[in-house]
Every structure is written in C-alpha cells, then in structure tokens.
Design a binder for this molecule. Structure first.
Ligand SMILES: [Zn+2]
Ligand SMILES: [Zn+2]
Length: 177
C-alpha cells in the first residue's frame, strides 16, 4: 500500500494491440516498450506498489506473443514475525495470447483488439509471492509467550535456551523435588 492510497486502475494493463493486427504488409511485427507504472490495483485481491520493465509484443500466426521482465513491488508478510513489509518480485512472462478464445489457450485478445495483461500479471505475482520470505535475514520472530515482535527489542519474559520438548520434562522433574 503506498502512502497516498492512490492506485491506477487495472485498465492501464489492457493494451490495444490493434496496430499489430493490421494487414498492412509494411506494418511492424513486433513492438518493444518499457512499462513503468506506479501503484496499480491489478485485481480485487492484488494491489502492487509499482510495475516496471521491458515488454515485447510479437505477432505470430496464432496470436500475439507477450515477453516481459517486470519488477513488481509488493507487500508481503514475514512468515516468522508476521509483519508486513515491502519487497520486489521479478516476473518473467512468455505467453501467447491467441486471436480470440481457443480451447488450448488460457489468454486471448478480445474482439476489440485488447490484450489484457492484468490476469496474467496477477497469476505470476501470486506465484512469486507464495515463496516464504523473511522481513530480514536475521528476523528474531515473535515471543511465543507475550507475542511481542522481538525485532523491536527484547521482551520482559524469561527466555530459557531450553528446547521446548525438554521443557515439559524439566517441569515434571521440578515437581518431583
Ligand atoms: Zn520478520
Ligand atoms: Zn515475551
């Protein structure tokens, strides 16, 4: 989430590729561009802080081949201390968008010549973001006793270095005194 709370609509990811579909023999068959967007609401369940990187659209017999290497800023959650933090994922895309729906294709260009990168970017980012990550390499985690985030400093609990599996045993031994 960026500070202003303002996000571009995901229509910015709907590309009009009509110019590549032209029958004009002199028309270019591929088009390179550089995507550079601030925060975009890619889908209802995914808002990214930025997307940037090279994008190539190439016309083939079956459709438009999309090749891209995007850097995407996302908000992730540390799996050890559960704190949200910003990080960047790299998304490598190589996907054919067929001319109209096809049983074998997952993505296609609609009748208006619009190629919607949104669902593809969403899918790729979610795959990348599913890898378990730490907010920092030496994340201290949270205290299992009081729940304090130990990256913010130690808590007042007494921490024994004892293995939790042995703690139960020691408790029993202590009772025996
Ligand atoms: Zn952490
Ligand atoms: Zn504690």
């Amino acid at each position: 989430m960026n500070k202003t709370g303002y996000h571009l609509h995901n229509r910015v990811l709907k590309l009009n590729v009509g110019f590549l579909l032209s029958d004009n023999v002199t028309a270019a068959h591929s088009h390179d561009s550089l995507l550079d967007f601030p925060s975009v609401r890619v889908a209802d369940d995914l808002t990214v802080d930025y997307i940037n990187g090279p994008l190539r659209l190439s016309r083939t017999k079956e459709g438009i081949l999309v090749q891209a290497d995007f850097r995407v800023g996302i908000v992730d959650q540390c799996y050890r201390c559960l704190k949200s933090f910003n990080r960047e994922v790299e998304v490598h895309i190589e996907e054919l968008f067929t001319y109209g729906p096809s049983v074998s294709a997952e993505f296609w260009i609609n009748a208006d010549g619009i190629l919607d990168l949104g669902p593809l970017v969403r899918e790729e980012v979610i795959i990348e973001a599913s890898h378990r990550t730490l907010c920092q390499l030496d994340c201290q985690g949270i205290c299992p006793n009081c729940g304090k985030n130990l990256n913010d400093g130690p808590c007042d609990c007494v921490h024994d270095e004892i293995d939790p599996r042995l703690a139960k045993l020691r408790e029993l031994l202590d009772k025996g005194h």
